[in-house]
Write a protein that binds this ligand. Structure first.
Ligand code: NCD
Length: 322
């Protein structure tokens, strides 16, 4: 049986918000990975858990989601807790946001109903705004083009499971590095392990320069290129992202870059031996379906890792790892 973290370790996240990968410490990151392994062991061995018995999670999704919302909700159910949900898009509103209620007011109300709040919004900074309005822990499930720390946590957990280590790995990130929030979070975790990074994108969709500068300033080796094949020839991990259509200022701008890169058999053929391919999903057409049978294609395994990671986050932030 995988050991659960000590009381002293667990104190590192108790009562905390999880808003950005940038502000999570290395020790907090280790604690989450360790607790996720503990819960994954319980899931694999079909141990019924009651850690969050009697507790309620609010699942507030003001933007489309399948994996993040359902894996958070599944995580809460696996811990024996319950869930209340708002699931809507700006086009299809069902909560009082349709009546003009602000996020601040909505959160102040929901905070009185539940023990932990998970929020996704198309607005960068929304999770921070929610945290400012709530007493209970707030977990950012994606805020606009800002951060998506829980995705990056399951990405790191996946790397660890697939490769047995993170230190010394070279990670290529491909696609929409400008608007993709998952990579904006992932780089901050990889930085802790001193990983070399290669950013592969069309010139219009490069990683925000302030992030690249920050990484370089901390001694991380970062290469920027548009040559996918050269990158996969030396990378241990290829992290593919979707072009974030909904975040483009115009349809024309999206159309001009939409099929910039496709990872197909021809690309995989030049990959370094043992390279793994990750993708936060959903995939549109940036990875050919034929690549799914490549042993290093880890994206569906990656999505499943979302449940133990989110169980760890819910139980740790509320102090309920039992
Ligand atoms: C990502 C997101 O919402 O940022 N999806 C996810 O949470 N798994 C990536 C994306 O939508 O492209």
């Amino acid at each position: 049986m995988v050991k659960k973290p000590s009381e002293e370790e667990m104190a590192l996240l108790y009562g905390q918000d999880v808003l950005s990968a940038k502000t999570l410490t290395f020790d907090q990151l280790q604690l989450i990975l360790k607790t996720a392994a503990y819960y994954e062991d319980a899931l694999v061995n079909k141990r019924r858990l009651y850690d969050m018995d009697g507790k309620i999670m609010a699942s507030l999704f003001f933007e489309a989601s399948t994996r993040t919302r359902l894996s958070f909700e599944a995580a809460m159910h696996r811990l024996g807790g319950s869930v209340v949900t708002v699931s809507e898009t700006p086009q299809m509103q069902t909560s009082s946001t349709a009546k003009g209620e602000t996020l601040h007011d909505a959160i102040r109300v929901v905070d009185g109903y539940v023990d932990v709040i998970v929020v996704r919004s198309p607005m960068t900074g929304a999770a921070q705004e929610a945290a400012d309005a709530a007493d209970h822990p707030v977990i950012n499930a994606g805020d606009g083009t800002g951060q998506h720390p829980t995705q990056a946590l399951l990405d790191i957990y996946t790397v660890l499971k697939e490769h047995g280590r993170i230190e010394g790995l070279k990670v290529a990130m491909l696609g929409d590095l400008k608007y993709g929030r998952t990579v904006h979070s992932l780089v901050y975790f990889l930085k802790h392990y001193g990983c070399d990074m290669i950013f592969v994108s069309p010139p219009q969709l490069m990683m925000p320069p302030e992030i690249t500068a920050e990484l370089r300033g901390e001694g991380i080796k970062v290469e920027e290129t548009s040559d996918l094949k050269a990158a996969v020839a030396e990378a241990d991990i290829l992290y593919v992202t979707r072009i974030q259509r909904e975040r483009f200022p115009s349809k024309e701008e999206y159309e001009s870059v939409k099929d910039s890169y496709i990872v197909n058999d021809e690309v995989v053929a030049v990959a370094k031996e043992g390279m793994s391919i990750l993708h936060p999903l959903p995939r549109v057409n940036e990875i050919a379906v034929s690549v799914d049978s490549y042993p290093g294609a880890a994206y569906f395994r990656q999505a499943h890792n979302g449940v133990p990671i989110r169980m760890a986050l819910l139980a740790l932030t509320t102090g309920n790892v039992r």
